[in-house]
Design a protein around this ligand. Structure first.
Ligand code: PMP
Length: 396
């Protein structure tokens, strides 16, 4: 190995470990459901994004298996050569129906999708107003576009208005875009989309909402844009197919022209192999399930409310979440990691989230209840929280 690389790796790894920022990965031994097995131990799982429990849904497993029998395991090529299967076209039609738009385009992941979509439309002569808590894939997509990135204070509409005015009136940029997560996954708060859209109209901003954590959760399952009734106002509706939908992939839903352009210009569509047929069919069917019934959505919210009430009652700071995402704010990084480790030992998997994912001193254990949890599981988890919280003197 190159000596320079060796030294670089050692320095970085040691530094992260000393600061308590090195993240150990625990492989899950089996399905990622409401209960999981790690290192042979069965745990109540409060850390996956499988909001509706669809990742392990029997019906979706069946349709994926049938698709594999018919099409094989891989799409065989990128979308623009001959990797576009009829099932991809059906998926994109279903996505447009789900999001109330003219058209949609699917990508291999949500991360990929942000890299693809932002850089296909924005360039060095443009500016992007980006909420400071936007997801890493948005930040990377913005960087890739080479547009000027203007950070906006989190959900601060006054800051957005001032910066939108400055950017548009400066005459420096051809286009200005405003980008936000629909639901912010670290605190569970919801973007102020009606105000954002109003400011966008005033300054002719392009609007881009990444609803990775809102689809399946907000708007009776149809997402945060639908929740506010803004399907006609938001230019880019982005989502992942890996969280509430339970499979993998990402998408943009928007006007026919937008999707037509992305199909010829977005690089992961042109240069990376298409979604597998099994995944594609399972995703399409999962969206159909969300269109047909709100049962799983309702169960998710019911479980979220139940968990929040239980943790709050025993004295934890659970922040100001407006969604089922339930952070338990601990603060100091090492204590947060110790807390999560003790939860694990007592049978609850709730991952600690510390800097740089969240600001320093706001370490938290984040809970993601799902539609697949039972009340008994949540009661058990709350009892463990109480025991460990008292032991580490986080609650009285
Ligand atoms: N956008 C946001 C807002 C996200 O939270 C995530 C997932 N953490 C992604 C994009 C990436 O999605 P995926 O996991 O499907 O690549």
């Amino acid at each position: 190995m190159s000596k320079v690389l060796h030294q670089f790796l050692q320095d970085n790894l040691n530094d992260l470990k000393e600061k308590g920022l090195y993240n150990e990965i625990d492989p899950v031994e089996g399905p990622n459901g409401a209960k999981i097995k790690i290192r042979g131990q069965e745990l109540i799982n409060l850390s996956s994004n499988n909001y509706l429990g669809l990742a392990t849904n029997e019906h979706l497993k069946e349709v994926a298996k049938k698709a594999i029998d018919h099409y094989g395991v891989g799409a065989g090529a990128v979308r623009t050569i001959n990797g576009t299967l009829d099932v991809h076209v059906k998926l994109e039609e279903k996505l447009a129906e789900f999001k109330g738009t003219e058209a949609a385009i699917a990508y291999q992941s949500g991360f990929n999708c942000n890299m693809a979509a932002i850089s296909a439309v924005m360039d060095k002569n443009d500016a992007i107003l980006s909420d400071e808590l936007n997801h890493a894939s948005i930040i990377d997509g913005c960087r890739l576009s080479k547009a000027k990135i203007i950070r906006v204070k989190h959900s601060d509409m006054e800051d957005l208005r001032v910066k939108a005015k400055e950017a548009t009136e400066s005459g420096q940029y051809n286009k200005v875009m405003v980008i936000t997560d629909g639901v912010f996954s670290m605190d569970g708060d919801v973007a102020k989309l009606p105000e954002i859209v109003e400011i966008a109209k005033e300054y002719d901003l392009i609007t881009y909402v990444d609803d990775a954590h809102g689809s399946g959760v907000m708007g009776k399952g149809k997402g945060t844009v639908k929740h506010f009734g803004l399907e006609k106002e938001v230019d880019f509706q982005i989502g992942t197919l890996s969280k509430a939908i339970g499979v993998v992939g990402g998408y943009v839903a928007g006007s026919q022209d937008l999707i037509d352009l992305l199909k010829v210009r977005s690089r992961p569509f042109l240069f990376s192999t298409a979604l597998t047929p099994g995944d594609t069919v399972a995703i399409t069917e999962a969206i159909q399930m969300l269109l047909d019934s709100t049962e799983l959505h309702d169960k998710l919210w019911d479980n979220g409310d139940y968990l929040k009430a239980g943790l709050k009652k025993i004295g934890f700071d659970i922040g100001e979440s407006e969604t089922p995402i339930t952070p338990v704010i601990i603060g100091e990084e090492k204590l947060t990691q110790k807390f999560s480790k003790r939860l694990f030992e007592e049978g609850v998997y709730a991952k600690s989230i510390v800097f740089p994912t969240v600001p320093r001193g706001t370490g938290r254990v984040r809970n993601m209840p799902t539609a697949a949890h039972t009340k008994e599981m949540l009661d058990e988890a709350i009892a463990v929280y109480e025991k460990v919280g008292k032991e580490l003197e986080i609650i009285k």
